[in-house]
Design a protein around this ligand. Structure first.
Ligand SMILES: N=c1c2ncn([C@@H]3O[C@H](COP(=O)(O)OP(=O)(O)OP(=O)(O)O)[C@@H](O)[C@H]3O)c2ncn1[C@@H]1O[C@H](COP(=O)(O)O)[C@@H](O)[C@H]1O
Length: 106
């Protein structure tokens, strides 16, 4: 995983443990609960899709940064680590999505 994401993950964990909702955006969002965090992820995902459909490179970058940032907060909230995601991606490595899809029973 890019070091920047791991750095942010650590900072979000610190905010979860000792952040002040009056002084920290991350602490405030976490304080507001999982539903609010999940809602932000949904909003940022939609904004990223809109930016892509508008073919706006700068907006795609900005909205993707918002999306990754809020997804990291949701992962910390749910107790999932970037290492868990990395492990899952490694497990899938080399298996084409088409092959995986064809192997499904349903
Ligand atoms: N990377 C970010 C980051 N990206 C986006 N945001 C904030 O995310 C918020 C949500 O974005 P929106 O576009 O939805 O803005 P909004 O209209 O205010 O949305 P609502 O929350 O009001 O619904 C904005 O206030 C952005 O400033 C971020 N806030 C913080 N960080 C990083 O997190 C660190 C810790 O931040 P604090 O917890 O605030 O100290 C910072 O040092 C940064 O490194």
């Amino acid at each position: 995983m890019p070091p920047m994401l791991e750095q942010l993950e650590n900072l979000i964990r610190e905010r979860q443990e000792a952040g002040d909702p009056d002084a920290s955006y991350v602490a405030r969002l976490l304080h507001n609960g999982r539903e609010k965090v999940a809602q932000k992820v949904g909003e940022e995902a939609v904004e990223t899709v809109i930016a892509a459909m508008q073919d706006d490179q700068q907006a795609i970058i900005a909205e993707s940064a918002d999306l990754l940032f809020h997804l990291l907060i949701l992962l910390v909230e749910t107790g999932v680590s970037l290492a868990d995601i990395e492990q899952e991606l490694a497990r899938r490595e080399g298996v084409s999505g088409l092959t995986e899809k064809a192997s499904r029973k349903d």
